[in-house]
Design a binder for this molecule. Structure first.
Ligand code: NAD
Length: 422
């Protein structure tokens, strides 16, 4: 293996020589990435099944199709994105040309998580390649089978003078972060996000931090419980709850909670059958450490649905908790597993206060037959993304920005939102 210093030097030299700047070069890399996805579709699906027990359908829609869509989007728009943007002039500059030129940053580091290990590794890569950067890609070491496919196969489709995959866990990533990069794109936990931010600050390197947190889901009394339950259950238990934008907990009145419980049970049975453990559609927890953490969360409040677990298979049943206390771990940390607490509030105002007293969420959901109620939640809260009467459908729109409110690059962006009629 080439020493890290040599890899970084080689990539930086390629960037300084202007190798990645021409549109043709960028397009060739993007086409290579597209070919990788086509040629290794089955291998990626097998790897995702080994890592997370993802079904072929789930791997296709949430990993491969999204990555391919991003490649196609970049190829379609590359030349338009690269064009100088003419800007208005004042009296004194009428004879000058004034424009904004979009430049690549240089050497970019992408550090990815394990929960969507294809999508969250390759989608940032598309952006970095389309923008004409050299890239060091650091996939997650926890989604081992997918990491192997990315490390062994992807480099064969990209120019090796401008692109490298570096493997490893926390200590290797910390070593990597000691080096100077021109941009860092990190997706992962807030804890590691702080480590990345501190390392970037030493070199004043600009960063994107795509982090996690708790995503509230308000359910109004005025709605059809079965429709809400179907949508909440689908988005909570997809990938066994290991989705950064999954609804983390429900806020509703005690009466709505009673209506939601049988509806949630019926949705779970419909999606995963009477024995969810044998369902091909339910994922598994990534590793034993996360399994034990989630098993601990099952002890919070009272189990109303599910609650079973099997360590040998890292299986946690789709679970609904009630009567949880605000001070219990399930309400203090991001759940990131197939567990859904139902928290009761007496009014819409109390729900909004509950949301606003906590960290600004990455995603926020509100269900109601009254669009006035949905609009009130949107207007009186702040979140990275918002969806009315649905789960994370806003994520499927490439036309909307994505990210948390606290991300520095998101401070000026509009709050992405979409709103469905129930
Ligand atoms: P993580 O922070 O543990 O790991 C992410 C990456 O950082 C991995 O590549 C890992 O190798 C590396 N890493 C781990 N410890 C490190 C350390 N001490 N120093 C340097 N690097 C280190 O996150 P995860 O467990 O892989 O992913 C789950 C988290 O990611 C959740 O919080 C989830 O909400 C979040 N997430 C956010 C988004 C988003 O788009 N906002 C998407 C997916 C996941």
């Amino acid at each position: 293996m080439e020493p890290l210093e040599d890899t970084l030097r080689r990539l930086r030299e390629a960037f300084c020589a202007g190798r990645t700047r021409p549109a043709e070069f960028r397009a060739a890399q993007l086409r290579g990435l597209g070919r990788f996805l086509q040629d290794h579709k089955q291998q990626l699906q097998q790897a995702l099944a080994q890592d997370l027990h993802k079904s072929d359908f789930e791997s296709l829609v949430s990993e491969i199709v999204i990555s391919q869509g991003e490649v196609d989007l970049a190829l379609r728009n590359l030349r338009a994105w690269m064009k100088d943007e003419r800007v208005s002039r004042n009296l004194a500059t009428q004879l000058d040309s004034a424009f904004i030129r979009k430049e690549p940053f240089g050497l970019v580091l992408i550090v990815a998580p394990w929960n969507y290990p294809v999508n969250l590794t390759l989608v940032p890569l598309v952006g970095a390649l389309a923008a004409g950067n050299c890239v060091v890609l650091k996939p997650s070491e926890l989604s081992r089978s997918t990491e192997k496919v990315l490390a062994e196969e992807l480099p064969r489709y990209l120019d090796p003078s401008c692109f490298a995959v570096v493997l490893g866990g926390p200590s290797e990533t910390e070593q990597l972060l000691e080096h100077r990069f021109d941009y860092i794109f990190f997706t992962g936990s807030p804890r590691v996000g702080r480590i990345v931010m501190a390392a970037a600050a030493k070199h004043l390197t600009p960063i994107t931090l795509e982090l996690g947190g708790k995503n509230p889901c308000y359910v109004d009394d005025d709605c059809d419980p079965q429709t809400v339950a179907n949508r909440v259950a689908w988005f909570r238990y997809f990938n066994s709850g290991q989705t950064c934008v999954a609804p983390d907990y429900v806020l509703c009145s005690p009466e709505t909670r009673e209506r939601l419980l049988p509806a949630l049970q019926s949705a779970i049975t419909r999606f995963y059958g009477d024995d969810p453990k044998s369902s091909p559609n339910l994922g598994r927890i990534i590793n034993q450490k996360h399994f034990l953490r989630l098993q601990g969360l099952l002890r919070c409040g009272r189990v109303a649905i599910g609650g079973q677990s099997d360590e040998s298979d890292r299986y946690i049943a789709p679970t609904v908790l009630v009567d949880v206390q605000d001070t219990e771990p399930v309400m203090q940390e991001e759940i990131f597993g197939p567990i859904l607490p139902l928290v009761t509030v007496r009014s819409l105002d109390e729900a909004i206060d509950f949301i606003n007293q906590r960290e600004k969420p990455l995603a926020l959901y509100a269900f109601s037959n009254s669009s006035q109620v949905v609009r009130q939640v949107l207007a009186r809260t702040s979140s990275g993304g918002f969806c009315g009467n649905d789960g994370f459908m806003h994520m499927t729109l490439a036309s909307l920005p994505f990210g948390g409110v606290a991300c520095c690059h998101q401070l000026l962006s509009a709050q992405p939102s979409s709103h469905n009629a129930l």
